[in-house]
Design a protein around this ligand. Sequence first.
Ligand code: C5P
Length: 401
Amino acid sequence: MSALEGKKVLVGVTGGIAAYKAPELVRRLRDAGSQVRVVMTAGAEAFITPLTLQAVSGHRVRQHLLDPEAEAGMGHIELARWADEILVAPATAHAIARFAAGLADDLLGTLLLATEARVWLAPAMNRVMWAAPSVRDNCALLESRGVRILGPGSGSQACGEQGQGRMLEPEELVAALAGGGPLAGRRFVVTAGPTHEPLDPVRFIGNRSSGRMGFALAAALAEAGAEVDLVAGPVHLSTPPGVRRHDVQTALAMREAVMGRIGGADGFVGVAAVADYRPAKAAGDKIKKSEASMAVELVPNPDILAEVAALDDRPGLVVGFAAETRDLENAARGKLRAKKLDLIAANRVGDGLGFDAEDNALEVFGADAHWTLSPKPKTALARELVAIISEGLLDEGKPSR
Ligand code: C5P
């Protein structure tokens, strides 16, 4: 059965030449078992008629926000709630900018603000436009909000140029929505964020981890088709689309949440900055201030990553992170061996690098492999790491579950 069987997919068509592929996309989505409704922008009508899309979708095409007749049937908010997935294809540079800015002066813009569905964009534009800084920034902003960007592909363009900017083919878009990525059928457990180790009911020992790298990695794994359990320490981040999140506060709770879900997983990625120690005892009541100095006894926390790697039925791929202030390579390789990992991703921290920053850079080490991932936003970096992880799983040749 297709993963799209019974799914409600809203297709938004905007005004680019690739709109001519929209009817084929709608037809293929329906072939895959989904119900499809189409919304067109005013620009789209210059390229394709609503009648065509009505014929292939089997439903009246919605074009206007303030359309009394259409609103009497299914209002725009209902339509936004109806959808499980919203795919904007083609997504023009203009449509992307409007979405990034949150404009709600037409039906598609309003729907995109009013929906909790997963949103996918299939950009289509001239290669120079695709490379324009404003388009790059708008896409990065949307991705950081969990929007998935599919393509664009490269090749010959309608404008006669060669390069990146072609909308992906309808079958590629349908495969992406169906979760046909390289990690389809694989399950990953990921830890992210700091842990908070209580001293008393109102105080804790913690660290500066924002959780962004771990969340970006969970998002990139899900984007590649994996099923993802994300065990998150206390962070202020929204859950990436398609990811199951389990919130915890302490290292002990994180270990329990991981161990409860690790059986049968294909991969484990420990991105969390787990506190190495916890107070031996958390006071039952708030500790009162006094003139005397005070000592807190700390006891070591379990090393979740090393425990997972030591399991008899360990996941096929166990990946650790190492945040280091000096001697990155030796420290990382040492941890790779000591914890019996398959891969370790190391980054330099301190001086505005790593922990609380938007960008990061990674050196990734395997037993006899090394990759350097140059500084870039954590979302982009996560995708590169997932490509390495996918290769690792393929090499290992473990059959998919
Ligand atoms: O040894 P170190 O703490 O630097 O190792 C970092 C790696 O180990 C990270 O992947 C982190 O998620 C994991 N870790 C863990 N449990 C701990 C400490 C670290 O899973 N108690």
